[in-house]
Design a protein around this ligand. Structure first.
Ligand code: GTP
Length: 598
C-alpha cells in the first residue's frame, strides 16, 4: 500500500548548524537531482537565500529512497529556516509532518533556537531523530553534545546519529532511521477531502499555487474544491509535487505533500492555514490551522516615486501570499507621501520583505525606522495603540506609556555571563533568573524592552561574547516606561518620518547622536540646512549642514572621461534611494539613522 511507504519529515536546527547542507546530501543520495544539476543549498531557491547563506522560506520536496528492506519509500522533506524571525515558517512546516530530524552542531552544541525549534516539534507530537552534525571538525565533541541534548532538551539521545553533512558521513543511517522511526501518515482515503494549506505563492500564469498536505481523501484535476475559511469554490487545474522541479501528478492522496492550482486569481481568497475540501462532498470541520502571527515591529514603506503607490499595494498583496506574517495598511506622511505601515516579525524579516519587493516586484522603496507598538493611556482614560512615532499624542494628554517587553533567553558559556548581564542592564533589561544547563553553559533570562532588542542587541550580544551566546525571545506583557518622542526638524520643518521614541534618560544623548549622524548622511546642498532635535517645543540638540562653497559639477567635467563616467554612475546609483523632503534631498540611510547606537 502506497500510504504505508510515505514519510513526511522536516529538519530543525539552530541557524548554521547544517540543515541545508544535510538536505543537499539527502537529495544526492536519493538521486533526486543529478550530479550535474547539484549545487550547494539547493533548496534555498531564492537568490536572496543563496547570497546570504540563510534559509528564509520553507521548501517541500518529494524524494524516493530504496531502503535496506528493498522497498521504495516516498519521502517528503520540508526544509525550514533557523532564524528566530522565521520561526512561524518552522511551525507551519511541522504541521505537515510526522517526524523531525533535529540537527545539532557537534562543536557548538545545543543553542537557543535548537531548543525553541525542537519544542515546536515536540508540541506537535512529532517523532524526533537527533543528529549530531559536523563530527569532521577538530573541535567536535559529540559525546558532550549528546549529553547536552539529554540534559537541556530532555530527549533520549543515546541513539543520536553521528554525521557530517559536509563529508557525507551518516546520511544513509539517517534515511534508514526515517523509514523505521517516523510513522506513515494515517489519513483516511475514503473520507471527504481535507488538505492543509501551509504555503502559497503567486504565479503570473497559473494564479495562486497552494502548497498542501493532504490529510484525508484524494484530490485530482477537475475536482470542485472549496476553501473552507473563505467559502470560495474552484475547479482544480493541476496537482503535483516538487522534486525539486514541479512534477505533475494524476492525484494527491491522504498523506501526500504537494501543490495544487485552480486558477485562483483573487489573492484575498487564500490564506495559509485554511483547509481545502471537496465542494461536492465537504468535510464537516476544517483542520486546526495555525495560530495567527502578530507582527512585532512596524515601519513605513514608501515608493520613491509617488506614482508607484498602486504598484506597491499590488506587490504587497502578492508577497503576502508567500509571507503570511506580513501585514500592511495604508498610511500617509507629510514628508514621504502615500505609503504603507507594515508589520514584521523582526528586523531580518523587514529587510527580507524590502529586498523581495525590490527584486521580485521591481519596486524602489524608502523604509522608515522600525518601531514597536506602544500602548498609550490617555489622561481621560482611553487607550491608544501607537505604531508610528509621529502619531504619539502630546505629552500633556498622556497619563502613561506602556511598551512591549520580551522574555529573552540567552544561552551562554559561563565565562561570558558578566558581559551578557552588563549588556542587558544597559538595554534597560530586568533580571529574571539564571540557571546552569550543564557544567559550563548558563541560561540567562531577562525581561527586555522589545524596542531595545530590535535595534542592535543581537549584534552587540555576539560581539560581547565572541559569538558564543545565542538568543531566543518571546513577547511578554507590556510595562510602563518613561518614554518621550523626539522630533527631527530639517531646515526648520518637522519631518514626521524621522520622529522616534526613546527613554527619557537617553533622550539628550540620542538627540545629539542623531543630529550628528544626519549631518554626515544628508548631502550638502546649495543652502545651509539646520538640523534640530526637539521634545515638544524644546530643542535638545542642533547642528548645521553647510552650503556648497564651490560648484562641484564643474570639477566633474574637467576630469578624465573614465572618472567622469564613474562619478555619474555613482550618482545615479546614489540617487536611487533618495527622496526630496521639502527642499532637502534625504537619502534612505537617514531614515535608519535612529537605529544605530554607539
Ligand atoms: P540556515 O538555513 O541559515 O538556518 O543554516 P543551515 O542550518 O541550513 O546551515 P548550512 O547548511 O547553510 O550550513 C552552515 C555552514 O556549516 C556552511 O558553511 C556549511 O558548509 C557548514 N557545514 C554544514 N555541515 C557541515 C559538516 O558536517 N561539517 C563541517 N565542517 N561544516 C559543515
Amino acid at each position: 500500500q502506497r500510504q504505508q511507504r510515505i514519510r513526511n519529515f522536516s529538519i530543525v536546527a539552530h541557524i548554521d548548524h547544517g540543515k541545508s547542507t544535510l538536505a543537499d546530501r539527502i537529495l544526492e543520495l536519493t538521486d533526486t537531482v543529478s550530479k550535474r544539476e547539484m549545487k550547494d543549498q539547493l533548496l534555498d531557491s531564492m537568490d536572496l537565500e543563496r547570497e546570504r547563506g540563510i534559509t528564509i522560506k520553507l521548501n517541500a520536496v518529494e524524494l524516493h529512497y530504496r531502503a535496506d528492506d528493498g522497498q521504495i519509500y516516498i519521502f517528503h522533506l520540508i526544509d525550514t529556516p533557523g532564524h528566530v524571525d522565521f520561526s512561524y515558517e518552522v511551525s507551519r512546516s511541522l504541521a505537515a509532518c510526522e517526524g523531525a530530524i533535529l540537527v545539532v552542531d557537534a562543536a557548538q552544541g545545543v543553542e537557543a533556537q535548537t531548543v525553541a525549534n525542537v519544542y515546536l516539534a515536540i508540541d506537535d507530537d512529532l517523532e524526533i531523530i537527533p543528529v549530531i552534525n559536523k563530527i569532521d571538525l577538530p573541535s567536535a565533541q559529540p559525546e558532550v553534545v549528546r549529553q547536552q541534548i539529554e540534559d537541556v532538551i530532555g530527549i533520549d539521545a543515546a541513539g543520536a546519529v553521528l554525521a557530517s553533512a559536509k563529508k557525507g558521513i551518516g546520511i544513509k543511517e539517517i534515511l534508514e532511521r526515517i523509514v523505521h522511526q517516523v510513522p506513515a501518515p494515517d489519513g483516511d482515503l475514503e473520507a471527504p477531502l481535507k488538505a492543509l494549506i501551509f504555503d502559497s505563492i503567486y504565479d503570473d500564469y497559473r494564479g495562486v499555487v497552494l502548497s498542501i498536505r493532504v490529510v484525508d481523501g484524494v484530490v485530482k484535476p477537475g475536482d470542485r474544491i472549496r476553501l473552507m475559511n473563505s467559502q470560495t469554490e474552484y475547479e482544480v487545474t493541476e496537482v503535483g509535487v516538487n522534486s525539486p522541479k514541479p512534477l505533475q501528478r494524476d492525484y494527491l492522496m491522504a498523506g501526500d505533500v504537494g501543490y495544487l492550482t485552480a486558477s485562483i486569481k483573487d489573492i484575498k481568497d487564500t490564506r495559509v492555514g485554511d483547509t481545502v475540501t471537496s465542494a461536492v462532498n465537504p468535510a464537516a470541520n476544517p483542520l486546526k490551522g495555525y495560530r495567527e502571527m502578530n507582527p512585532m515591529v512596524f515601519a513605513g514603506l514608501y515608493p520613491t516615486d509617488n506614482a508607484k503607490y498602486n504598484d506597491l499595494r499590488e506587490a504587497l498583496e502578492k508577497l503576502k501570499l508567500n509571507d503570511a506574517a506580513l501585514e500592511f495598511e495604508p498610511e500617509t506622511s507629510q514628508a514621504l507621501g502615500f505609503g504603507f505601515r507594515c508589520g514584521f516579525l523582526g528586523l531580518l524579516h523587514m529587510d527580507v520583505v524590502q529586498e523581495r519587493l525590490e527584486r521580485e516586484f521591481n519596486m524602489n522603496l524608502i523604509t522608515t525606522a522600525p518601531t514597536v507598538t506602544y500602548d498609550v493611556e490617555l489622561a481621560e482614560g482611553a487607550h491608544l495603540k501607537v505604531a508610528n512615532p509621529s502619531e504619539m499624542p502630546d505629552a500633556a494628554r498622556i497619563k502613561q506609556i506602556n511598551e512591549p517587553f520580551v522574555k529573552a533567553t540567552i544561552m551562554v558559556p559561563n565565562d561570558y555571563v558578566g558581559a551578557v548581564m552588563e549588556l542587558c542592564q544597559r538595554k534597560r533589561g530586568k533580571f529574571i533568573t539564571m540557571n546552569y544547563l550543564d557544567d559550563y553553559r548558563v541560561n540567562v533570562i531577562y525581561q527586555i524592552p522589545l524596542a531595545e532588542i530590535i535595534y542592535d542587541f543581537f549584534d552587540k550580544l555576539k560581539s560581547n561574547t565572541r559569538g558564543y551566546a545565542s538568543l531566543d525571545y518571546e513577547l511578554s506583557a507590556s510595562q510602563p516606561s518613561d518614554l518621550v518622542k523626539i522630533d527631527i526638524l530639517l531646515n526648520g520643518e518637522k519631518i514626521d518620518a524621522l520622529s522616534f521614541i526613546t527613554h527619557r534618560q537617553n533622550a539628550q544623548q540620542r538627540g545629539r547622536e542623531i543630529t550628528a549622524r544626519l549631518k554626515a548622511i544628508i548631502p550638502r546642498q546649495n543652502f545651509e540646512i539646520p538640523i534640530q532635535a526637539a521634545i515638544g517645543a524644546k530643542i535638545i540638540a542642533r547642528t548645521n549642514i553647510k552650503a556648497y562653497r564651490k560648484d562641484v559639477t564643474a570639477r566633474i567635467h574637467t576630469g578624465d572621461p573614465d572618472r567622469r563616467a564613474k562619478l555619474l554612475e555613482k550618482q545615479k546609483r546614489g540617487k536611487k534611494r533618495m527622496k526630496a523632503v521639502g527642499k532637502v534631498i534625504v537619502p534612505q540611510e537617514a531614515f535608519m539613522a535612529v537605529l544605530k547606537t554607539d
